[in-house]
Write a protein that binds this ligand. Sequence first.
Ligand code: 5GP
Length: 213
Amino acid sequence: MNDKGILIILSGFAGSGKGTIISELLKKYDNYVLSVSATTRPAREGEVDGKHYFFKTEDEFKEMIANGELLEYANYVGNYYGTPRQFVKEQLAAGRDVILEIETEGALNIKREYPDAVLIFVMPPSVEEIHNRLKMRGTETDEVIRKRMIKAGVEITVVDRYDYLMINDVLSESVELFNSIVMCQHMAVSRNRDYINAKKQEFEEYLNNTKEN
Ligand code: 5GP
């Protein structure tokens, strides 16, 4: 079978629980790696540079753009966020399934450049739940929460351009659903043309060799 990794994009409203799905997935399965983004957003308490994000000044971020170091980038609620290109390229070539946890604008830009990328959108069970989760997290002011809710209202308008929708109600189920989507993608005929052609060839050789007997 094709041994190249799959590029998976997970988007979802702030408070959808996408970060938790990914951290559980990484604990359970070893075929996945998470791309660490660069951002100009200030670090939240407990966030570690190089682990949660590469925290950059606006000038540093713009230099990364100018040097072509980013696969995609977008502005989200006043801050820049972008995906470092090199890591993704290397990991896919090494056969790892690479997860990008990014917002919708960046996701759709990637899909244009990499039609093979799999886009998954995760939603909480209800709109109130989004607000509650953001409030409970306690990391944002009411003003920022409001902006993120407005952004969620915009993001929902592009969900129909995604490949899969997941409702994140029970965490363990969401983790398994995510993994099932990716495993099915590995088996897609469109990703295994070379393998199929090699098997056709093998059959031809077998039949040729046994023809005389
Ligand atoms: P947060 O500030 O809550 O960590 O992230 C805000 C939003 O930015 C989330 O929707 C997150 O998925 C998105 N995001 C994080 N990294 C990237 C990135 O590299 N590119 C894009 N386009 N969005 C990102």
